[in-house]
Design a protein around this ligand. Structure first.
Ligand SMILES: *[C@@H]1O[C@H](CO)[C@@H](O)[C@H](O)[C@H]1NC(C)=O
Ligand SMILES: *[C@@H]1O[C@H](CO)[C@@H](O)[C@H](O)[C@H]1NC(C)=O
Ligand SMILES: *[C@@H]1O[C@H](CO)[C@@H](O)[C@H](O)[C@H]1NC(C)=O
Ligand SMILES: *[C@@H]1O[C@H](CO)[C@@H](O)[C@H](O)[C@H]1NC(C)=O
Ligand SMILES: *[C@@H]1O[C@H](CO)[C@@H](O)[C@H](O)[C@H]1NC(C)=O
Ligand SMILES: *[C@@H]1O[C@H](CO)[C@@H](O)[C@H](O)[C@H]1NC(C)=O
Length: 539
């Protein structure tokens, strides 16, 4: 009997090794979404970790306005935003999931339904560890009669052939029949007359394209307006420090490997017969993924907390984690604006979006890059004068840049003055895909009698239980915040009534100002304004 048992054990061991689902995709730059999913879905839910996730999210939510407001968002968003997060967390606590990945998808989509770019749930074990692409970004094009229809972006091949040069053949060969190899046509490759590029999209997966657009908008997150979330499906652009970058859109680029293929019915340019084809999505490893060889090392290297996960002690000058390094501080990867130098920006009030897809550096094709910027343009800030000679354009890709806030404000002033001197009397501010930054820079108010001594930055804070405790800790022991860096330090705020600083011992969250939001008891601070150092420049 003994030899037989040994044989069976050997066989089991061999099988287990052969099917390690994360070994299959180890070291691969490109793989199928199905294989990525098989690795991701191979981990069972650990009840202790699940309970901890729900508990931490639940406690953290007390800082977020969204929780109570988005149960039924105030007008004009009432029809678009209605997520009862606490009810969903209770549901998730009870629900069984086939895998940890399924739990993640539910958590992620639930939080995204808040449609609040400041309140997001990201797990860098899964979100954008791989990005999943189709080489066919879509756009809405407007006909001369002003009707709009969905098209494969005319620049699709120009973008894909540069960004996906090493994977293009897989897609070319996946196209059926006469379309095979026709993402573009070789002979006219450089004249921008591409076979599929520019084609009108009549159906996605057999349905009107807007069925897919609207389904995506339900879980796209980040923005309250439905129209803004619809736009996210389509290709776009963003001004970044190094130039212009192309944004693939949420049809052509997925942060989770949830789709294997898309079936499109298209009408090619100058063709009269619609054609239907199915093209596979392909998953590309993210730049910050730490290599692994099997399931165990996949998990160890990419899925556990690291030193920077839970924040950084800014009061320890020798702490290497003070650096904005995405390897050390994983959250940095998901910022939607380039970080200003930490030493200059720490004291500025800022609001930056986080998203489960990090900023990408896909290049905008040269033919689409705007030329002839106005002197003074710099970094994320570009100025143009339209042909009418009186319309200025300020393309502002971010509300912060790599330098100081003073440099940034000076750039804005210089460019605007130059535009005015060139004859501009009106201004278009293009904030396409601007992910946020310094709040003060976003207040382009212009001089008014009311902007002195402060420009209308009156605000209130949430006075949740943890926030109240933090204020009491600071008042009890001010030495825990030697640099006066904490948002909860009273010394960072002024009374708006007389523009004087809060006293150091002022418990500004107690008593709180109670409010009832969507039937729930909530609590806020009194109205206050930032101290000048917080809004005007480095200290
Ligand atoms: C979230 O926290 C509230 C307040 O402490 C508690 O009543 C509720 O049960 C918690 N929800 C979950 C799902 O843990
Ligand atoms: C479509 O036809 C027009 C008119 O004949 C021609 O100018 C254009 O180049 C054609 N486009 C493509 C993609 O073949
Ligand atoms: C991707 O998959 C999801 C979930 O199965 C589906 O709802 C969505 O329509 C798919 N999107 C595309 C573009 O195929
Ligand atoms: C993480 O922190 C510990 C304790 O401070 C330190 O010993 C270790 O070297 C740090 N690891 C990294 C990767 O910085
Ligand atoms: C800010 O609050 C002060 C004090 O209540 C008030 O006088 C001022 O008008 C407010 N400013 C704005 C812009 O709301
Ligand atoms: C400023 O106004 C606040 C709120 O009314 C008050 O408590 C404080 O004493 C005032 N400070 C000065 C210097 O008048």
């Amino acid at each position: 009997m003994l030899p037989r048992v040994v044989t069976i054990l050997t066989l089991l061991a061999t099988v287990a090794r052969a099917v390690d689902p994360c070994a299959t995709i180890a070291g691969q730059k490109w793989t199928s979404p199905q294989d990525v999913r098989t690795c991701f879905a191979s981990f069972k839910v650990d009840p202790e970790i699940k309970a901890n996730i729900v508990d931490v999210v639940n406690k953290t939510l007390a800082f977020h306005t969204s929780v109570n407001y988005e149960i039924l968002a105030p007008p004009p968003f009432s029809a678009d935003v209605h997520e009862n997060l606490l009810a969903d967390l209770a549901r998730i606590s009870q629900q069984e999931y086939p895998s940890d990945f399924d739990l993640h998808i539910d958590m992620s989509q639930t939080l995204k339904r808040l449609n609040d770019g400041h309140c997001v749930y990201i797990n860098d074990c899964y979100d954008s560890l791989f990005l999943t692409f189709l080489p066919l970004p879509l756009v809405l094009l407007t006909d001369p009669d002003e009707s709009q229809s969905v098209h494969i972006a005319p620049e699709a091949f120009a973008v894909a052939s540069v960004e996906f040069a090493d994977e293009l053949d897989v897609w070319q060969n996946a196209l059926p029949g006469a379309l095979k190899g026709q993402l573009e046509t070789a002979e006219i490759r450089y004249s921008q007359q591409y076979q599929l590029s520019g084609a009108e999209v009549l159906a996605i997966n057999g349905q009107d394209p807007f069925v897919a657009v609207d389904a995506n908008a339900q879980t796209a997150g980040s923005f309250q307006p439905f129209g803004t979330r619809q736009n996210g499906f389509f290709a776009s652009y963003n001004r970044v420090d190094a130039g212009w970058s192309y944004i693939m859109g949420q049809f052509a680029q997925l942060s989770l490997p949830l789709n294997d293929s898309a079936t499109l019915t298209v009408l090619r340019v100058n063709h009269t017969m619609p054609e239907t084809f199915t093209l596979p999505y392909r998953s590309r490893i993210g730049t910050t993924a730490v290599p692994w060889t099997d399931s165990t090392t996949f998990r160890q290297n990419n899925c556990v907390a690291v030193n920077g996960t839970n924040g950084v002690n800014l009061n320890n000058p020798s702490n290497p984690l003070r650096k904005r390094d995405s390897m050390l501080r994983p959250v940095e990867k998901f910022r939607q604006s380039p970080p200003a130098a930490a030493s200059f920006s720490r004291k500025q009030a800022r609001s930056v979006m986080l998203d489960s897809t990090p900023l990408q550096d896909v290049s905008l094709p040269p033919a689409l890059t705007p030329a002839g910027n106005v002197p003074g343009s710099s970094g994320v800030t570009e100025f143009f004068l339209l042909k009418d000679g009186r319309t200025g354009v300020l393309a502002l890709g971010s509300f912060e840049d790599t330098g100081t806030i003073d440099d940034f404000e000076q750039t804005l002033l210089t460019g605007l003055v130059n535009l005015k001197n060139m004859g501009a009397t009106q201004l278009i501010v293009d904030v396409s895909n601007n992910g946020g930054g310094f709040i003060c820079v976003a207040h382009i108010v212009g001089p008014k009698p009311t902007s002195v001594p402060q420009a209308g930055l009156n605000t209130t804070a949430r006075a949740g239980p943890l926030a109240q405790q933090i204020v009491k800790q600071i008042l009890g022991n001010p030495s825990i915040d030697p640099g006066v860096n904490l948002l909860y330090n009273p010394l960072n705020w002024f009374f708006p009534e007389n523009n004087t600083q809060f006293p150091a011992d002022f418990d500004w969250l107690d008593p709180d100002v109670p409010k009832v939001i969507n039937g729930r008891q909530d609590a806020f601070s009194l109205t206050y304004v930032p101290v000048p150092s917080f809004r005007d420049g480095p200290v």
